[in-house]
Write a protein that binds this ligand. Structure first.
Ligand code: SAM
Length: 198
């Protein structure tokens, strides 16, 4: 999923893409993106101060061995209840973000309504042509979860949140990759990767 997300960000014409991550946790995707996309300007949000501490320490530890000029920052916010976009407003990032990303996390925000609310806020951040790229767990009969959804529901949520699925829904289905990696399937069930554009 991280490779797929990084490829979507890399398709941006920006040489130093501005990236916002939703529910970044301990910063695994942040450090992957930093390693693969030199010079990124990254801002990650998560509910957990404890995980954010891990994220900051992970990035600090990597800094000594890397010389790129990436700018990485992490902020604590409840994406559903707090006005987390205020922080980005203060940074002057409204409407100029190249990519909003998330990995294995949207299902934790709550139901479709909560996820859609956050995706609409993310849409406001993006520049025209910017991408929302995320991977998340899909609905799985063997491992039911109240806020996991199937591919059609994800695509509908993207459309209703204002994202263009490029070309057409059927063409975009080629981009949707419900994957069944056996080890991941055993632990997490199926997951899918989704992209929507402003
Ligand atoms: C399954 S973890 C995934 C973390 C990270 N994306 C990763 O792959 O390592 C889900 C994350 O969502 C965060 N989270 C849950 N609800 C949240 C909310 N309302 N606002 C912000 N973050 C939230 C949790 O703190 C946790 O870090």
């Amino acid at each position: 999923m991280a490779t797929w997300i990084a490829a979507k960000v890399a398709a941006s014409p920006a040489t130093k893409p501005r990236i916002v991550e939703l529910a970044c946790g301990a910063g695994y995707l942040a450090s992957f993106l930093k390693g693969h996309l030199p010079g990124i300007h990254y801002c990650g949000f998560d509910l957990s101060p404890h995980l954010l501490d891990h994220a900051r320490r992970r990035l600090d530890a990597a800094r000594g061995s890397q010389t790129d000029d990436a700018q990485m920052e992490f902020h604590c916010a409840d994406l559903v209840r707090d006005d987390w976009t205020e922080k980005l407003l203060g940074m002057g990032w409204i409407g100029i973000v190249d990519a909003v990303v998330s990995i294995q996390a949207l299902h934790d925000l709550g139901g479709l309504e909560q996820q859609a609310q956050v995706l609409k806020q993310a849409h406001e951040l993006l520049r025209t042509g910017g991408v929302l790229a995320y991977g998340d767990l899909l609905q799985d009969a063997e491992n039911p979860h109240p806020s996991r959804y199937n591919v059609d529901q994800h695509l509908q949520m993207l459309s209703e949140s204002g994202y263009s699925l490029r070309d057409s829904l059927s063409a975009d289905r080629d981009e949707v990759q419900p994957q069944t990696d056996q080890s991941a399937a055993a632990r997490f069930g199926a997951f899918g990767c989704f992209a929507g554009y402003k």
